[in-house]
Design a protein. Sequence first.
Length: 376
Amino acid sequence: MSPLKTEQTLTARLKYAAGLGLFCAGLTALAIPATADAADTNVPDDIKWTIPFGVGGGTDVWARFFAPWFSDYLPGEPTIMIDNVPGGGSINGANLFAMRAHADGSQWLGTSASTQYPAMLSDPRVRYDYADWKPILATPTGGVVYASPSLGEDADSALQALLKKPVKLAAQSPTGVELPVLIALDMLGVDVNPVFGMRSRGEGRLAFERGEANIDFQTTSAYLSNVQPLVDDGKAIPLFSLGVLNDDGKIVRDPTFPDLPTFNEIYQKTESKAPSGNAYEAYRKFFASGYALQKLVMVPADTPEALTETYRQAAREFIKTDKFKQESAAQLGPYTPIVGKTVSAHLEDAMAIKDETRQWLVTWLADKFDVHLATR
């Protein structure tokens, strides 16, 4: 080959190498953000799910139902380990999670109304803040207030009787699951003499069946399995349901009880106006956090958003399958889990209580039940 040809060939090769180098450098630069995104969505091999209740309780059973579904639908099928940390009615486990949880997606928390309510009531034992967490999924429930047929032969006559004489309700505590029901009955003008100290709503129902209470309340699953037979036998009269939240955050009729009016409807009919004011705000907030969002899957707020969305998308996928719908009916009742931004919006609204509403609640609990909340 001539010297000229050799020089031309060498020059061409050098230009090609330089161009290839620039091309590769460009690819590398483009790949850096992609690698970062991939890291953000890298699901950990092991996920520890803190359940601040004992083994065998309602929230524990709920988590153990959901764990294999999440595992099967998440990339890499991670191992999800349930870590039961009971104590303080869920406060102890939630406090530990708040102090120790890492924001790499490897640690989840399961909460319940028993976790939400103390935070809303500023319980001095609480060391967690819901603003530090964000939800993956929520499972709602509903509930029905019902009365003894000794009060009337139908709902209208029973409701009229409730307004004329004191009634007894067997309850757990004034700041527990019955709180929104107690507020609702008080708003209607019902003179309730609650007997506190029941270990469960089931004990309250048994007191009703024995005639020791003439009004009672049960969540949907317990109502369908244990109270509906009483209704069918003429031993209980359903009065109203708590309803459900729609996507706009408004309380509407519970699809499980489409023929039952909500508390809002009963109030409108009785008072000829829509419920409002601090009492209703307190009712609405505690209904939302205790029923519409009864149980929640939470992660630390600074968990990468891409990873959070991966968890949410897995939930969206499995909750629409026929198999999940069939299996969840027995575990969750007739309600569909809520995922994503709707949960965040409802939760943020529920947990934010205005000072005047909280002051009303402090005064009401003290006057009605001699319960004194910590002041801020």
